[in-house]
Design a protein. Structure first.
Length: 290
């Protein structure tokens, strides 16, 4: 760990550009963990259908059931940073805990949550298609990805698309467009497509968190066999993005016994599930395997 001790640099930082937590749009479903534990149960009620009436005495017998599916959480993550108080002072407050915390949350925690959720939903999707998307088929590809989940209601769907797909859609040869005063300002032209047939389109700028498989041993990193996601359509009522615990502790010098410095601790316990009977509410388009 290299620390640069400086006299003065006006507090200007060169950090990664991040988009924030994109999957927060999926909401936070309320589930009840079993006995306060790490699992919860969803029940599926099933019945048989109608049968031909024979006009004899009585009715046809039907069947029913209440199957239960247990979902168990698995993403229990944490980290701590110890910053000697003289390192804070001698770097002109560069290493102040507020700066450390901000960089950690924006550059690591938020994109990791998105990466985990995107990959989990992509792998468990009810419909998967591999395709190369260009301006010649971008419009049709998004329409095709939406179609299986459309029964959930377009207002309940979110279509996450890669920047490559959004660029292709913007230049699509499959439909015509007129530039009017509505999308032309005094000095700006807005050509991005933000919805399609009532379905919200969310562009994922950072392709490092929009893949199918990751190694989470130290932060998150795409595996060698990971595929890029083109389009991920999600019906909000079909998924359960749950956060059981998000705990942050900050101890000033003298408030702990680990040294003469600041101690920052963060624990995040979360997971993401697709409901067993609603897998058709998730549809994904992937780039072909190499």
């Amino acid at each position: 760990m290299a620390i640069n001790y400086i006299t003065k640099d006006n507090g200007i930082f060169d950090q990664k550009i991040t988009q924030g937590l994109l999957t927060t749009i999926l909401g936070v479903p309320q589930v009840e963990l079993v006995n306060g534990g790490k699992s919860f149960t969803l029940t599926t009620i099933s019945t048989s259908g109608l049968k031909d009436h024979t006009r004899n005495k009585g009715f046809n017998s039907g069947t029913y059931g209440n199957d239960k599916k247990v979902y168990t959480m698995g993403q229990d993550r944490d980290v701590e940073f110890y910053i000697d108080k003289q390192d804070v002072d001698e770097t002109n407050q560069d290493l102040a805990v507020a700066n450390i915390s901000n960089v950690f949350i924006t550059e690591h925690v938020q994109p990791e949550i998105d990466a985990y959720r995107f990959s989990t939903l992509a792998v468990g999707a009810g419909k998967t298609k591999e395709e190369t998307i260009t301006e010649k088929n971008a419009y049709s590809a998004i329409k095709a990805a939406i179609l299986p989940a459309r029964k959930f209601g377009p207002q309940n769907l979110v279509a996450f698309v890669s920047t490559t797909v959004m660029d292709a859609l913007e230049r699509s040869a499959e439909f015509t467009r007129n530039i009017t005063n509505q999308n032309v300002g005094q000095t700006a032209l807005e050509s991005r497509v933000t919805s399609l047939d009532g379905v919200l389109l969310v562009e994922v700028w950072d392709d490092t968190c929009f893949k199918t498989k990751y190694n989470f041993s130290d932060g998150y990193a795409a595996t060698a066999d990971a595929q890029d996601i083109n389009i991920l359509v999600v019906a909000k009522q079909s998924v359960i993005p749950i956060v059981k615990e998000n705990t942050v502790f900050l101890f000033a010098p003298g408030e702990h016994s680990q040294g003469d410095g600041y101690l920052y601790q963060n624990r995040l316990y979360h997971d993401c599930f697709i409901k067993e009977k609603q897998k058709d509410g998730v549809s994904v388009s992937l780039t072909p395997k190499a």
